[in-house]
Design a protein around this ligand. Structure first.
Ligand code: SER
Length: 326
């Protein structure tokens, strides 16, 4: 598959934070009718439902998944349907079921119907308290302490297994926290870095669920979309890692993020009230070494903290209209 080549793509979890932007870009790139968006939601009014084909699809329903892939003639799946870290800690059984069995159904389908490619996001959540925190290497200790992290490590191993054993062309990347304005994230630990912008513009203040010092690797959504498409189109012979690639853009503490917003909204105030998200955040690295991605498929991010903040504030102010007070 390469830009412009004939392809039929299924995106699961298409109405989520990543999916809603990825589907738009894939439709722009490969043609609107070649990208089937799917989700367990049916949000009336979502632009994704208007801009091309859409199917209600639960990845836990294998029969329906296989039928959908056959009917639409899918050759490539972007599997985004998952439970994130915060919700996963509140509902560990659900996180295991959706993240593991959903993924296995996708991989089985890809193997049995001989699909060309499967893209599966992993996460910095594969790392844990015993992982080196600074410039975390590609190959390192993976001993996460969140259920989400457990499913991401097991999921990476399962992807690699399907590649080695069955030759399924699976490709993955370990996303850092993702920041965007178009669709809100759902139930992650890094969601504070999105909510902080919205509350800054609406209220001039924000109550933050991690401490001021909490440092995490992050990325702006346009870079995240660019990365997954670039990896999907990369020369498979050059890919050394079939579990998932480390991926980085920049890192900041919650306090540094607040300061970057304060440059534009001088009166902005943050109150730090860490909750159940804090131990999850504390178990993740400060920064990531992504030289593997740079070497194997020429990864390079565009945005830094300052350019992201300017873009976020501009777009959110426009979207929020009268609600934007700052
Ligand atoms: N950013 C996600 C979360 O916080 C991790 O992949 O859950």
């Amino acid at each position: 598959m390469s830009g412009g080549a004939m392809t039929k793509i299924l995106v699961t979890g298409a109405l989520g934070q990543i999916g809603s932007e990825l589907v738009n870009e894939l439709r722009r790139r490969y043609g609107r009718d070649n990208v089937l968006a799917s989700d367990i939601r049916d949000d009336v009014g979502s632009a994704i439902l208007e801009s091309g084909p859409y199917k209600h699809l639960d990845c836990l329903n294998k029969k329906e998944l296989i039928k959908t892939v056959q009917k639409f003639g899918v050759d490539t799946i972007y599997h985004l349907g998952a439970i994130l870290s915060g919700v996963g800690e509140l509902h560990p059984d659900l996180a295991w079921d959706v993240n593991m069995n959903g993924l296995k159904n996708i991989l089985d389908t890809a193997r049995d119907l001989k699909l060309t490619r499967v893209m599966v996001p992993s996460s910095i959540a594969v790392f844990g308290p015993t992982t080196p925190v600074d410039n975390t290497p590609q190959e390192t200790l993976l001993r996460p302490t969140s259920m989400y992290g457990v499913t991401k490590v097991a999921g990476e191993l399962l992807c690699e297994y399907y590649w080695i054993k069955y030759g399924v062309d699976v490709r993955g990347l370990r996303y850092p926290g993702l920041i965007s304005y178009k669709t809100p994230p759902g139930g992650g630990t890094t969601d504070y870095a999105v909510a902080i912008y919205i509350d800054a513009i609406k209220h001039g203040k924000y109550e933050c669920f991690v401490t001021e010092e909490t440092m995490l690797p992050m990325m702006y959504m346009p870079d995240a979309i660019k990365a997954i498409i670039q990896l999907a189109e990369a020369d498979g012979d050059k890919l050394r890692y079939r579990n998932a690639y480390n991926l980085a853009a920049f890192s900041f503490s919650a306090g540094e993020l607040a300061a970057s917003i304060r440059k534009h909204i001088h009166e902005f105030e943050v109150e730090y009230k860490p909750d159940y998200h804090q131990p999850i955040a504390d178990s993740w690295p400060n920064s990531i070494d992504d030289t593997g991605a740079q070497k194997d498929w020429n990864w390079k991010p565009e945005y830094d903290l300052e350019t992201m903040t300017v873009d976020m504030l501009t777009n959110l102010r426009e979207m929020l209209g009268d609600e934007a007070k700052f």
